[in-house]
Design a protein around this ligand. Structure first.
Ligand SMILES: NC(=O)c1ccc[n+]([C@@H]2O[C@H](COP(=O)([O-])OP(=O)(O)OC[C@H]3O[C@@H](n4cnc5c(N)ncnc54)[C@H](O)[C@@H]3O)[C@@H](O)[C@H]2O)c1
Ligand SMILES: O=c1ccn([C@@H]2O[C@H](COP(=O)(O)OP(=O)(O)O[C@H]3OC[C@@H](O)[C@H](O)[C@H]3O)[C@@H](O)[C@H]2O)c(=O)[nH]1
Length: 373
């Protein structure tokens, strides 16, 4: 008698049994426990996150980046590693891969770069985040968005905790970034509520450290590069033309390598060292809370105080110059980190005075300027 069910019958129990796993499942080839996508992983924070995640041998890391502000150089130690893949990809286009977690960082972070092509910045934040949420939905991945303190705009509440809704100009030159990130947060929560996607949102405050672009334009990288370049110009000229040192000093003053404090200089920021940031992001991804959660260092400094600190630590000779500011510059920023502390067991460890010299070393190497004995 013919078998009642055959494999060809789509309604048979046999046909409904899932197929056995690939015979390569237990082969000698590497099988990771966790495949992690990092968009924007060739950038400053992203590349440090790659370093940390690659330390775990059970992780396989894929970076997707269009290299607008990032660089393969930041990842050179991983290129060719069997657990690492680097893909040139713009997140405004869909990406079809299979991953377990997505750290979605892709977006220029420095004001001069995000203002360079504001329409593209909005597209990156909105379409890019939609695409990554679509990917998370298709494969059931958990997704973390690196949002920003800029969602608080020019805050009327100080310090800022996560319940504050912000004071953002919707039509200003910074809006592509600020409003772009606010929409990205909205999309994250709507995908969470509507489709059950597992989301995590970090609100990052000004972060600094090695590998920032030397011409990034943000305040810490500007001041460190200016202090080092100021030194090289002064000392090299001094060494060669010691008899006319006054002349060389005059040239040094005219060389533009003063610390450019944008007026009024009393505006404040809180600076987080990059290793603290990366640890916070991983704690958030691995914990149970959706966020948004502030991740930043609550130490608060005026830009004049920052300039004085850089001057003292790196180049006591360098001048401080007051220059014109840009529109909509927030007057104050300081995170409340109670949520990060209580929910993630996280707090920053590196003080500004300890982090600046670590960054100085990296900038000296890249600028080819040794510390003067
Ligand atoms: N560094 C900070 O102080 C800070 C503060 C708040 C939020 N953030 C957020 O953290 C993330 C990383 O910041 P960062 O300081 O490392 O900046 P970064 O500019 O060094 O890195 C951003 C990366 O994203 C890539 N990128 C930009 N647009 C892309 C696109 N359309 N498709 C694919 N890749 C793209 C860039 O090439 C770069 O590698 C950003 O989302 C930023 O908004 C950073
Ligand atoms: O050379 C400079 C550069 C900047 N500044 C001042 O330094 C302060 C900080 O400016 P930055 O360019 O470093 O960045 P901001 O803190 O304004 O925003 C940054 O932090 C939040 C992130 O989301 C963004 O990555 C970035 O926009 C501003 O008040 C600015 O006027 C200077 O005084 N001199």
């Amino acid at each position: 008698m013919a078998k009642e069910y055959s494999n060809g019958n789509q309604n048979s129990p046999a046909a409904r049994t899932p197929p056995p796993p690939s015979p390569l499942r237990f082969s000698k080839f590497f099988q990771s426990n966790m495949r992690i996508l990092i968009t924007g992983g060739a950038g400053f924070i992203g590349s440090h996150l790659v370093d940390k995640l690659m330390e775990n041998e059970k992780n396989e890391v894929i970076v997707a980046d269009n290299y607008f502000t990032g660089s393969k150089d930041n990842l050179k130690k991983w290129i060719g590693h069997p657990r690492f893949e680097l893909v040139r990809h713009d997140v405004t286009e869909p990406l079809l891969i299979e991953v377990d977690q997505i750290y979605h960082l892709a977006c220029p972070a420095s004001p001069i770069f995000y203002k360079y092509n504001p329409v593209k910045t909005t597209k990156t934040n909105v379409i890019g985040t939609l695409n990554m949420l679509g990917l998370a939905k298709r494969v059931g991945a958990r997704i973390l968005l690196t949002s920003t303190s800029e969602v608080y705009g020019d805050p009327l509440v100080h310090p800022q905790d996560e319940s504050y809704w912000g004071n953002v100009n919707p039509i200003g030159v910074r809006s592509c970034y600020d409003e772009g990130k606010r929409v990205a947060e909205t999309l994250m929560f709507d995908y969470h509520r509507q489709h059950g996607i597992e989301i995590r949102i970090a609100r990052i405050f000004n972060t600094y450290g090695p590998r920032m672009n030397i011409d990034d334009g943000r305040v810490v990288s500007n001041f460190i590069a200016q202090a080092i370049r100021g030194l090289v110009y002064f000392y090299s000229t001094y060494a060669i033309l010691s008899s006319i040192e006054l002349f060389s000093y005059a040239i040094h003053l005219c060389s533009g390598e003063s610390l450019t404090v944008q007026a009024p200089g009393t505006q404040t920021r809180s600076f987080c060292y990059v290793s603290d940031m990366v640890y916070g992001l991983i704690r958030l991804m691995e914990g149970d809370n959706t966020g948004p959660i502030n991740i930043g260092n609550p130490g608060e400094f005026t830009m004049l105080e920052l300039a004085e600190t850089v001057k003292e630590l790196i180049n006591p000779e360098v001048e401080i110059a007051m220059v014109e500011n840009t529109p909509d510059d927030p007057r104050q920023r300081k995170p409340v980190i109670t949520k990060a502390n209580e929910l993630l067991g996280w707090e920053p460890k590196v003080k500004l005075r300890d982090g600046l010299p670590l960054m100085e070393e990296d900038f000296r190497l890249r600028l080819g300027v040794a510390r003067k004995k």
